[in-house]
Design a protein around this ligand. Structure first.
Ligand SMILES: O=P(O)(O)OC[C@H]1O[C@H](OP(=O)(O)OP(=O)(O)O)[C@H](O)[C@@H]1O
Ligand SMILES: Nc1ncnc2[nH]cnc12
Length: 249
């Protein structure tokens, strides 16, 4: 089977099977309540494209999104046992090397968050997660006319910060955000490349809310859905691609 014929929805042997417990849930990490979303799933040749059905523009936007996400899924590649044994690492770097796929990514995200496609609408502020969220967040913010603020790993931001510890698919970490990064009541969208166990995104959501932000949702390029990370998030979740394609390399 050629790479373009493989399915982007099955866990591979390098990842825990669907019913394997999420390792981060065995710790004291706080787990947020689940907010059901009206997500529908459309299968394409390579990817499952999640959209939120709402208006008459759905069909054309959905077709465009299918096209864009197919291009994006083809640009991803995988590295087994990185950064540690048992992890099948999804490498997003090739998307950014090519201006066409970079544009596809930002256009797909822009379409995805549009209210007519069931998205949350334009946020006041996009909050991106260190480090790969920085590759996507500012470009999307510029495209839609929103601000951008970073959540960084501990010790990188000057001034007063809010801090949250968390567990992720391959380790533990600490996030910080500048205390004045979010204005009270600002509509905030959190963006990152990948949601795996959801530990990183959950900690980011907590920080946004602690600063008084109105957390309108989370958006990701890729969701490793078998790890059930979205169950840790208590705001709507939008993901362009789900699952993992095996034997890509
Ligand atoms: O859902 P989780 O299990 O929390 O994993 C997802 C997080 O892991 C990766 O970041 P990483 O900490 O590796 O940082 P990087 O972006 O600097 O590579 C990824 O970019 C997400 O932020
Ligand atoms: N499998 C994975 N590939 C790339 N980034 C990740 N972050 C958490 N899990 C990951």
């Amino acid at each position: 089977m050629s790479p373009s014929e493989t399915t982007y929805s099955h866990p591979t042997s390098a990842h825990p099977p669907e019913n394997t417990p999420d390792p981060t849930l065995t710790s004291s990490t706080a787990s947020a309540s689940v907010e059901p979303s009206s997500t529908t799933t459309t299968d394409t040749q390579d990817a499952k494209v999640e959209t939120h059905r709402q208006s008459t523009t759905y069909s054309s936007s959905s077709a465009q999104l299918s096209h864009l996400t197919l291009n994006l899924s083809r640009a991803l590649r995988q590295f087994p046992d990185f950064p540690s044994p048992g992890i099948l690492f999804e490498d997003i770097c090739p998307i950014f090397r090519n201006p066409a796929t970079l544009n596809d990514l930002i256009t797909a995200l822009e379409l995805f968050i549009a209210p007519e496609n069931g998205g949350p609408g334009k946020p006041d502020l996009i909050v991106g997660l260190d480090a790969r969220g920085f590759l996507m967040g500012p470009a999307l913010a510029l495209r839609i006319g929103a601000g951008f603020a970073p959540i960084r790993k501990k010790g990188k931001l000057p001034g007063q910060v809010e801090r949250a510890s968390f567990k992720k698919e391959y380790g533990e970490d600490v996030f910080e955000i500048q205390a004045d990064a979010v204005e009270k009541g600002q509509k905030v969208l959190v963006i990152d490349d990948i949601i795996a166990t959801g530990g990183s995104a959950s900690a980011a959501g907590q920080l946004v809310r602690r600063l008084g932000g109105d957390l309108i949702g989370f958006v990701f390029l890729l969701e490793l859905d078998f790890l059930k990370g979205r169950d840790k998030l208590d705001a709507p979740v939008w993901t362009l691609l789900t699952g993992q394609k095996s034997n890509r390399n």
